[in-house]
Design a protein around this ligand. Structure first.
Ligand code: TK8
Length: 350
């Protein structure tokens, strides 16, 4: 998306979020009797993610902390917790709903049981590049999905990037569609991923990310799939021999805030938090794209046996899982799915 277009979308998103909380925003600060003249109170944001501090997501969260603290003149502080210290993606999301944690940035995939529309991003081979994903996620399709979060006591402040996923396993290189046969693969807790791997003849098991290393080490599963940066940061190469460059699906991260916390914020505080989430997200996305390529090189150097998958073979994989897409497109919202496809066609014809 062109830069100006991105700014307009972000502007609209901020405006609609401000409107969302406008009625309830100032009440709390006024009644607590210490409303500050600049509209900023002393507050603490507890933020947790599933990945490590050295991962681009961890670095993005550190950037978010810096920005919020700087923009609020040190009045709003952010306490960061990495590596699932506060729980896995679903547990932290529940904590936000309960109002016991303020921020988390999970993959959208395990949230599909709560907001089914997130599932349209889980279809294999839907995006050809990170830029295509940005355009859809930062545009009207992404916004419509974020709006669904309000009824779950959540506010979505934008999308960050987990990225394109690649398969690792301890058995053999996966070069052809037949090579999936019988492989025990850990998937995210997401029905599209589960069904797609079944369709390919694999034996998938859904599992929280925080359990994956141990499951690989103990050979409970043969393999898993994640972007290169995650494979490196979580040292999966120590327990996995083969890395197949499948790029089979793109996963967004979604920046979530507890709505009960959001509703307490003044307009000024909302602006600070919203702008920091977007700005840190732009930093995170570009770092992620740089680091991902470096990570692939590091994994090769560390001795992983890396193989490419030909375009022909990818087409065969795609064809085999088409029934899964057809089944779930209806379930997640045909209109939204079509709107996404129309936007992608427009981008590709530009
Ligand atoms: C980390 C997860 C992870 C995801 C997964 O909390 O579960 O495999 O790719 O990045 O969100």
């Amino acid at each position: 998306m062109k830069n100006w277009a991105k700014k307009v979308t972000i502007g609209l998103l901020s405006a609609s979020l401000l409107a969302l909380g406008a009625c309830s925003g100032t009440e709390d600060s006024a009644s607590s009797g210490n409303a500050a003249s600049d509209g900023i109170q002393e507050r603490v944001i507890k933020a947790g993610i599933g990945l490590n501090e050295d991962h681009p997501e961890g670095q993005g969260l550190i950037k978010f902390k810096e920005l919020v603290e700087e923009k609020s003149g040190g009045k709003i502080t952010v306490q960061n917790y990495f590596a699932a210290q506060l729980g896995d993606d679903m547990q932290m999301t529940e904590a936000l709903k309960a109002g016991t944690q303020e921020v988390t940035i999970p993959s959208t995939s395990p949230l599909v049981g709560m907001v089914k529309e997130f599932g349209i991003f889980d279809f294999p081979f839907i995006f050809n590049s990170g830029e295509e994903a940005d355009a859809v996620l930062d545009g009207p399709v992404g916004d419509q999905v974020l709006e669904k979060l309000a009824e779950h006591n959540l506010v979505g402040l934008g999308y960050w990037e987990n990225g394109f996923r690649n398969l690792t396993n301890s058995k053999h290189p996966v070069e052809k569609v037949e090579d999936f046969e019988g492989l025990k693969i850990r998937t995210m807790q997401n029905e599209v991923h589960l069904d797609a791997f079944k369709e390919l003849g694999a034996n998938p098991t859904p599992m929280a990310f925080s359990e994956v290393f141990t499951a690989l080490e103990s050979k409970t599963v043969d393999g898993q799939e994640n972007p290169f940066a995650t494979i490196e940061s979580n040292k999966f190469n120590e327990v996995q021999e083969y890395l197949s460059v499948t790029n089979h699906v793109y996963t967004p991260f979604v920046f979530l805030m507890s709505k009960s916390f959001w509703d307490k914020l003044s307009d000024k505080e909302k602006e600070i938090v919203q702008d920091a989430a977007i700005e840190a997200g732009q930093y995170q996305r570009s770092l992620n794209r740089e680091e991902n390529q470096k990570s692939l090189e590091h994994l090769k150097e560390a001795g992983m046996k890396v193989n490419e998958v030909s375009d022909d073979e990818k087409k065969k994989i795609q064809k085999k899982i088409q029934p899964v897409i057809d089944k779930y497109a209806d379930k997640f919202g045909k209109d939204l799915f079509e709107e996404m496809n129309t936007q992608l066609e427009e981008i590709r014809s530009e």
